[in-house]
Design a protein around this ligand. Structure first.
Ligand code: F6P
Length: 349
């Protein structure tokens, strides 16, 4: 179809990235721009998330602005968290820039917080909004997949495989802290992929003897002499007494806390590695590039069809969209089967 033949419900849309960045966000931005140009819809890039919309930090985007970014991590639109956008006055300033730039739709790439902001804006003002899930935690309840998860998991797996080499050589215990402040999705997945001795997640407060020491002991009795303990940064103990005695606080970090107790219980001198923000960078995997492209294309098409307050989701292997209110009400749940498999894989030697 030629551009003229498309009937678009929107003439000019904005695109932004918000919250923690994720590998693949650039691929999504690229797809939004290219799908829009294909339909004859103009695109305004909004830098620095919702704060950028408040500040008018915006610029027209063409296909030239998104060339050679499908394979790059981070976000060319920058990202930021905005306290001001949480206020009606802030959203009014944002809406005034929607009017000034002639935006009748916005594609917001980010997590739950990003979508809550989009919904508030669209509820208060006549702007159509569509969310695309992008967070390495993959903890958005309404979608099985969020952009960045596969790349972050592979980054962590590659690092843990390297750690395993040296732990095997020195016959040591490695405690690896991965991202996931509230959600254990990444830790479970990475623990499974690396054959971890134990996996600790925020959703299940741990007890050191039951969840770590017994597993190390079983492995040692079975002849293992190196041990890999994967800990989500938000994992925490049922009881903090021992940690308090050791002067370990939440600020020390989940990995350090577990390492300290392993030392106290077994004297193994565990080596603690906090993978941190390295999991947020890097060239996006093929899965993230393709998923992001499909989601960006889908988002533009449903805006063009006149839909609003939608989140693009990936469930049962297909991409579709869900009402934003309904989607935000759905809480992140861990894959129960994955939990059973991890329990089995870390429970026998
Ligand atoms: O994007 C999610 C996330 O990476 C969490 O896993 C992590 O706890 C948080 O962002 C870190 O936020 P910041 O980049 O602001 O330190």
């Amino acid at each position: 179809m030629s551009k003229e033949e498309f009937k678009n419900a929107v003439k000019r849309i904005g695109v932004l990235t918000s919250g923690g960045d994720a590998p693949g966000m650039n691929a999504a931005v690229r797809a939004v721009v290219r799908a829009s140009v294909y339909r004859g819809i103009e695109v305004i890039g909004i830098r620095r998330g919702w704060q950028g919309l408040i500040n008018g930090d915006m610029f027209p985007m063409t296909t030239k602005d998104v060339s050679h970014i499908i394979n790059t991590g981070g976000t060319i639109l920058y990202t930021a968290r905005s306290e001001e956008f949480r206020t009606k006055a802030g959203r009014e300033r944002a809406y005034n820039n929607c009017r000034l730039f002639g935006l009748d739709g916005i594609v917001a790439i980010g997590g739950d917080g990003t979508f809550s902001g989009a919904l508030a804006l669209a509820t208060e003002f006549p702007v159509s909004v569509v969310g695309i899930p992008g967070t390495i935690d993959n903890d958005i309840g309404c979608t099985h997949y969020s952009i960045g998860y596969d790349t972050a998991a592979n980054t962590a797996v590659e690092a843990i495989d390297k750690l395993r080499d040296t732990m095997q050589s020195h016959e040591r215990c490695s405690v690896i802290e991965v991202m996931g402040h509230r959600a254990g999705n990444l830790a479970l997945y990475v623990g499974l992929a690396t054959g971890a001795t134990a996996v600790l997640i925020p959703e299940e407060p741990w007890e050191i003897e039951r969840d770590v020491i017994d597993k190390i002991r079983s492995a040692r009795i079975a002849g293992r002499t190196n041990f890999m303990i994967v800990v989500a940064e938000g994992a925490h103990p049922q009881d903090t007494t021992e940690l308090e005695e050791a002067g370990i606080t939440e600020k020390s970090g989940a990995g350090v806390a577990v390492g300290e107790l392993i030392q106290r219980h077994l004297g193994l001198s565990p080596r603690v590695t906090v993978l941190g923000h390295v999991q947020r960078g890097g060239a996006p995997s093929a899965r993230d590039r393709v998923t992001a492209t499909r989601m960006g294309h889908y988002a533009v098409n449903i805006l063009a069809e006149g839909k609003t307050n939608r989140i693009v989701v990936h469930t049962e292997g297909a991409i579709h969209d869900i009402d934003m209110v309904e989607g935000l009400a759905m809480k992140n749940t861990l894959n129960e089967n994955e939990k059973v498999v991890v329990k089995t894989m870390t429970g026998v030697y």
